[in-house]
Design a protein around this ligand. Sequence first.
Ligand code: Z5A
Length: 222
Amino acid sequence: MSPALHRHPRFISLEGGEGAGKSTAINAIREALHARGHEVVLTREPGGTPLAERIRALILTPDEEVAAEPLSAEAELLLVFAARAQHVRQVIQPALRRGCYVLSDRFTDSSYAYQGGGRGLEPEWIADLERRAVGLLPGLTLLLDVDVAVGRARANGRDLWPDRIESEQDDFFQRVRAVFRQRAAQDPARFRLIDASQDQAGVAASVVAAIDAWLAQEHPRD
Ligand code: Z5A
């Protein structure tokens, strides 16, 4: 029998496509939790530990800059899970044991969306890796949802070179968005869908309202 997934109430993830505004939103959540007296650990995926950040570089650096061969979809999936296995054990679980809230910019839902939806790998394989290598589910996941063209235009406005995944075409990102939305619809107890087409202040207000409602529901005495 494969191991079970444990959903932790102090573990919160943010998900969404490119340019959805996760960076601004995560800072607004951190401030809201701090203001309520909670200790918060902010982290991200792929990455979050020195070793996992090195794996992140392998995943995101354009192929020609790493080696004279393309990274296969299967190797990409195993690399995101190698990074996550380290991240969970080195950072997330210890912080949760200390009583902190953990806010992660992306987690396993991104693997279902990008490697499952985008690359076409089997969700059953991802689910098996999730149970065996991770074993942990966020208590709350905020999905920042925005039209692909809008998100990409925002990201392109930053004047940075696109990384290996950002260099994919629009149809890849449409499949990514569809999987995120499908997962949110299938698990309404965990997901909150945030309209990320609003301006930054509007998105920040929506995520903080979602956090407040969730704290009141999960931790009525906080
Ligand atoms: N990946 C994967 O494939 N599998 C996995 O399992 C995991 C990840 C965990 C790196 O993630 C890549 O890893 C990602 C998925 C893959 N690839 N892609 N594409 P990342 O989170 O580091 O990269 P990202 O999603 O591409 O980050 P991003 O584009 O920076 O998204 P964001 O954090 O949501 O955006 P932002 O930095 O907050 O904002 C981007 C720009 O838009 C910035 O100039 C803002 O000022 C502007 N912005 C933000 N919000 C707004 C609003 N509301 N209005 C106007 N302008 C805005």
